[in-house]
Design a protein around this ligand. Structure first.
Ligand code: ATP
Ligand code: MG
Length: 179
């Protein structure tokens, strides 16, 4: 009898965890560049002001292509979206302003960078930030942000893992799961 009760309790907790997982995580298997782009576009259509998207993954995993999709979903013309490797930040105007930041060339987080970054994070209250190589500056990000981890599985296959931190992305991730 006691054993049975313990089982019941375990099951209950597992269900709680599962529902949390469904809200805050979403996995996507991409089999082509076009599929990464259109997945980004689907997300871009749903983004609200104040969204910070942290893109994490090795060279050539698809961060820029995914960002293009997000921007197009937000109504930015595709040809405008390019990796801002030399400029650090590109700004686009769609349904919301988009700040496309690439930290590839960032070596150290000094005061000047921190001030600049905090400035963009403040601007993003009314817009969207897509941040490539976000792992270099995760400590500066607010609690509420969406991490997208890219894994290269083969020449054309990528696994994307979306993890919502904070409250903001629960409904978006839930909607992705529901479609
Ligand atoms: N399923 C896929 N999803 C995304 N890109 C893919 C896929 N299959 C192949 N590719 C190729 O991988 C490359 C991804 O380039 P992209 O510039 O988006 O990567 P990145 O992560 O931004 O790289 P970097 O670290 O240099 O900024 C493109 O050449 C694209 O065609
Ligand atoms: Mg890139």
């Amino acid at each position: 009898m006691i054993y049975y009760r313990q089982e019941e309790k375990t099951t209950y907790h597992k269900t709680m965890l599962d529902s949390l997982d469904i809200q805050q995580r979403y996995g996507f298997l991409s089999s082509s560049p076009a599929s990464t782009f259109s997945f980004g576009k689907r997300i871009g259509k749903k983004l609200k002001a104040g969204s910070i998207i942290a893109l994490i993954g090795e060279l050539g995993c698809g961060k820029t292509l995914f960002t293009k999709g997000i921007c197009v979903g937000l109504g930015v013309p595709e040809r405008q979206v390019n990796s801002p490797t030399f400029a650090f930040v590109n700004e686009y105007q769609g349904r919301l302003p988009v700040f496309h930041i690439d930290l590839y060339r960032l070596n150290t987080i000094d005061e000047e960078f921190e001030i600049g970054m905090l400035d963009y994070l403040a601007k993003a209250n009314s817009g969207v930030i897509a941040l490539e190589w976000a792992e270099k500056a995760l400590a500066l990000l607010p609690d509420d942000h969406l991490q997208v981890h890219f894994e290269v599985l083969s020449a054309r296959k990528r696994r994307l893992k979306l993890i919502g931190f904070g409250e903001k992305f629960g409904s978006l991730l839930g909607e992705l799961g529901g479609q």
